[in-house]
Write a protein of this length. Structure first.
Ligand SMILES: NC(=O)c1ccc[n+]([C@@H]2O[C@H](COP(=O)([O-])OP(=O)(O)OC[C@H]3O[C@@H](n4cnc5c(N)ncnc54)[C@H](OP(=O)(O)O)[C@@H]3O)[C@@H](O)[C@H]2O)c1
Length: 322
């Protein structure tokens, strides 16, 4: 067959169009995992963005450019250059205590920047997938489904709820709010660890850990969340989705499960009530999600907690024993 310019190739031989996906906060735990997950698929052209000059992970399957979501000019330039079909906003100030201590920065990052992204998405006719949290709820009646009424008990939760409300208000036709719970997983040079990595580290050294037995969550293995987000994009799913693990545990039970899966002694695990910690920030007691909507409408099928921990062990090169 003679060489033809691409636009003259017979229809069947043209490459399928890839969706152009802009990922913000791409150097964070979810951002790295998602950028690599989507980048590995020929269905997506991924532009990973974060505050740093360079990616902290192997970005060979995607493009990378610096972008601070609180810098209006930088955001405008990236939208003009890349013209995304989908924006997944993984950028956030996700440390609950830091949000309480630095409220202006938390609001600028978690609320105001999201409204700006949403307006850009209106102009670009792009879908906005916004990551949100179980901390929009007060923790009195978990596990929660998507119809439950938000009522945040701390500033972080308020900023995340404000972002959700902004997205609903700016007139976007394609938007998805993906709420998730207590992420665990691994990535490169993370600016903050996560509770499971911390437990593995401490228990492997035999150090005593104090863990609360009065806060319930449905911990989420980050690759499961990345898979759930891909399903949202693939199906053009609108609205709110709860995307977390299925297993509801206290933080103490989580530590016991980590010890069990990795063969650490549970002797140094000290169950305490929340009062043990002199924490000035309120945290919801019983959150956790019902993921039935994601299962039914997206085909979402997360690992069990034990299987997720085993998979993490393989990623870390720490052999699980059970
Ligand atoms: N982690 C959880 O347990 C959890 C639970 C429920 C919901 N969520 C939500 O899930 C999403 C992802 O969380 P994650 O665990 O991946 O958080 P993460 O590891 O802290 O990642 C967030 C990333 O956003 C970046 N960022 C902060 N401000 C920025 C700005 N102005 N411009 C660009 N990037 C900025 C951070 O950069 P630096 O690395 O430079 O700080 C960080 O890399 C967030 O929306 C979070 O609220 C998380």
């Amino acid at each position: 067959m003679p060489d033809l310019p691409l636009d003259e190739l017979p229809f069947q031989q043209q490459r399928p169009l890839s969706r152009r996906v802009l990922v913000t906060g791409a150097n964070g735990l979810l951002g790295q995992t998602l950028s690599q997950h989507l980048g590995a698929s020929s269905d997506y052209d991924v532009l990973a963005t974060a505050r740093d000059d360079a990616p902290r992970f192997d970005a060979s399957d995607c493009e990378y450019t610096p972008m601070d979501v609180t810098a209006p000019d930088a955001v405008t330039a990236v939208f003009e250059d890349f013209d995304p079909d989908v924006v997944v906003n993984c950028a956030a100030m996700s440390d609950v205590s830091a949000c309480d201590e630095n409220r202006n920065e938390a609001w600028a990052t978690n609320a105001r920047a999201v409204k700006r992204l949403a307006k850009h998405c209106v102009d670009a006719r792009a879908r906005l997938v916004q990551l949100s949290t179980d901390f929009v709820f007060n923790g009195k009646r978990g596990p929660y489904d998507e119809n439950a009424r938000p009522d945040p008990v701390n500033y972080y939760g308020r900023t995340k709820l404000a972002a959700e409300n902004a997205i609903r208000e700016v007139g976007l036709s394609d938007w998805t709010i993906v709420r998730t719970v207590l992420l665990y997983g691994t990535a490169q040079q993370l600016s903050r660890s996560n509770v499971v990595l911390w437990m593995i580290d401490e228990l492997s050294k035999g150090n005593t850990i104090h863990v609360v037995n009065d806060q319930w969550r449905t911990p989420t293995y980050v690759p499961d969340l990345a898979d759930g987000i891909e399903r949202v994009i693939d199906r053009d799913a609108n609205g709110i989705f709860h995307v977390s693990g299925r297993d509801m545990v206290t933080i103490h039970e989580l530590a016991e499960t980590v010890a069990d899966v990795f063969g650490f002694s549970s002797e140094p695990i000290d169950p305490v009530s929340s009062d043990y910690f002199d924490d000035p920030v309120d945290r919801p007691s019983k959150t956790g999600f019902i993921v039935l909507k994601a299962e039914t409408e997206l085909g979402y099928d997360p690992h069990s907690l034990e299987d997720g921990l085993r998979a993490l062990g393989h990623e870390l090169g720490v052999a699980p024993v059970s």
